[in-house]
Design a protein. Structure first.
Length: 196
């Protein structure tokens, strides 16, 4: 089974949660690392996924809010620096669709989560570093979604609104965008870097 390595520069995790009862607040994590075992020619044999997100990299576009989200009321990144997902079962449920069951570890709590994943395709393209082409790389892409209740992970800060309701909703929608490079291509690129 081929192993594919997430390319952090082209992989990200996004979340959305209700805010002030009327809108959705969205945030992004860009420091996403991981791997998956997958054969594009035999997708039904997909085997495993693992992803690690650097929690301190959270970005919502507001520095004060981001600092609050990094603190003990929410992600508590000083104590729990990583958000980790490890699959326990990958099941093909359509031509390019998968059900990925596994454990999500967030704020020191692990809970089962199911991702709905869609294979976006594969391509071969150059790998550029500066003005140097390190040769062709084989890439694949996936998008996966899930919804969690933040209270299941002990993330329960909130504040009541004067006319009822709460500042932050309970359900968090998650979208994971992954671009991954074949591990053997990454190893070849690493070797070429060493030749400099």
């Amino acid at each position: 089974m081929a192993k594919w390595i997430f390319e952090p520069g082209h992989s990200a995790a996004e979340f959305a949660v209700r805010h002030m009862m009327v809108s959705h607040m969205r945030g992004l994590f860009k420091k996403v690392h991981g791997s998956l075992d997958f054969d594009p020619d035999s997708p039904a044999d997909a085997a495993a996924v693992e992803a690690t997100i650097a929690a301190a990299g959270i970005w919502t576009g507001d520095d004060e809010r981001d600092a609050h989200l990094r603190g003990p009321d929410f992600l508590n990144v000083a104590t729990h620096p990583d958000i980790v997902f490890r699959s326990s079962e990958v099941r093909c449920v359509g031509e390019a669709d998968f059900r990925v069951a596994g454990d999500l570890s967030l704020c020191g709590v692990s809970r089962p989560v199911v991702l709905a994943a869609h294979f976006l395709g594969r391509w071969q393209c150059p790998y550029w570093e500066g003005d140097r082409d390190l040769g062709p790389t084989r890439r694949i892409g996936f998008v996966a979604t899930a919804a969690i209740n933040r209270h299941d992970f002990g993330v329960s800060w909130n504040a009541p609104l004067a006319r009822g309701g709460m500042v932050v909703g309970d359900e968090v929608a998650i979208t994971l965008d992954v671009e991954a490079i074949l591990e053997s291509d990454m190893q070849r690129i690493a070797g070429m870097r060493g030749e400099r």
